[in-house]
Design a protein around this ligand. Structure first.
Ligand code: PMP
Length: 363
């Protein structure tokens, strides 16, 4: 046969997720940790690898890691489901609670994977746009439209709500008061994506709400603060009503033995992780100041995460020159609706941030 029949109809308008990966000298494009996994955790991982039976399938639910996480969060182990990165769990949530005749609410500009997962699972998307303005201090304002979200979920027609706190790429968080109102207004599954919560003020951590709300699901990942993006491991915390359904749709062996061991080793070095997070947060403040009114004079979005969104005239050309002339890769978001002339820069090591600021100043 020289031809192949067409793929499923709903793939027609879908573009593959493109993280715009390019080889660079300085990577400030994917919100990874610039420090990597804690040194002692890496040594421990290599040690435990020596006796890990890699010819056996891994424990499907990664019980040891699941229990360790549940103890840290003070929840039942059955509240925790591990996945091949947070990405897999987002898809699984759509498989379990989406489908034709169902809908998912998001608040763009936000993480584009929610939209793709909805499309792949025949789930309709309800988009409640964020503000796209500048606040009284001259900073970019992308706050969610709380009233419109509450009105939409109260109608009862939404099945999944995906809200990001801190939001990628804008960096802002949702208040717990607002999250509680959403949870009270609907029995839809409300996914709060906490991929970057380690970098935010503890006042934004929604974990304590799990005790009161069966419809809350929280997504966490080892890709960011714990420096394990290359190994693909994340987890979702939710009531057993939700985790039971997720266990039905998950790939049995999506969490490999090495990723589970690395996550355990990283959790055992919590102090070192906290120390790296503190350094990144201090740098975030410094870089924001250098970009903002007292520095380069660019509008910057206040951020609770390990990246900053800023506006610069001719953003696409600036992105290209940063890459081609200086070898510095940041994320070009200027074609995303609501983000004209916006670039996102991940916070790197101090010397990387210096090089980025110097290059941007020259451009
Ligand atoms: N949520 C958000 C908001 C993200 O930015 C990312 C990573 N880009 C993820 C979830 C998924 O992360 P991972 O699959 O690496 O755990």
């Amino acid at each position: 046969m020289k031809t192949v029949r067409s793929a499923a109809e709903h793939l027609k308008d879908l573009e593959p997720y493109d993280p715009k990966y390019l080889p660079a000298r300085i990577y400030l494009n994917a919100n990874e940790s610039p420090y990597g996994m804690p040194e002692r955790a890496r040594a421990e991982l290599l040690d435990s690898l020596k006796c890990e039976p890699l010819h056996r399938y891994p424990d499907p639910l990664a019980k040891r890691l699941r229990t360790t996480i549940s103890e840290r969060l003070k929840v039942d182990p059955e509240y925790v489901v591990l996945g091949n990165g947070g990405d897999e769990l987002l898809f699984n949530l759509c498989l379990a609670y989406g489908g034709s005749g169902r809908s998912l609410l998001t608040a763009p500009p936000t993480f584009s994977v929610y939209h793709t997962d909805a499309k792949l699972t025949h789930t309709a998307v309800v988009e409640i746009d964020r503000a796209t303005g500048v606040n009284s201090e001259g900073a970019l304002d992308y706050s969610v439209d709380e009233e419109a979200i509450l009105k939409s979920v109260s109608s009862g027609s939404v099945d999944i709500v995906m809200l990001t706190s801190p939001n990628n790429p804008t960096g802002d968080c949702l208040t717990l008061d607002f999250i509680s109102k959403v949870l009270d207004a609907t029995d839809a599954v409300v996914l709060i994506d906490h991929a970057y919560i380690e970098f935010a003020s503890p006042a934004y951590d929604a974990t304590a709400l799990l005790a009161k709300h069966a419809n809350l699901a929280i997504l966490r990942t080892f890709s960011k603060a714990y420096g394990l993006a290359g190994l693909r491991i994340g987890y979702l915390v939710a009531s057993t009503e939700i985790t039971r359904e997720l266990c039905k749709v998950r790939q049995p062996y999506s969490v490999d033995a090495l990723a589970a061991l690395a996550a355990l080793a990283a959790l055992a070095q919590e102090e070192e992780v906290e120390c790296m997070v503190k350094r990144i947060v201090l740098e975030r403040v410094r870089v924001a100041q250098a970009l903002g009114p007292l520095g380069l004079g660019l509008p910057v979005a206040p951020s609770e995460a390990n990246y900053l969104l800023f506006k610069v005239p001719g953003a696409h050309e600036i992105w290209q020159r940063l890459y081609e002339d200086y070898g510095i890769l940041v994320r070009d978001l200027s074609k995303v609706p609501g983000l004209d002339d916006c670039l996102r820069v991940s916070i790197g090591r101090p010397e990387e941030n210096d090089e980025f600021l110097q290059a941007l100043g020259e451009l």
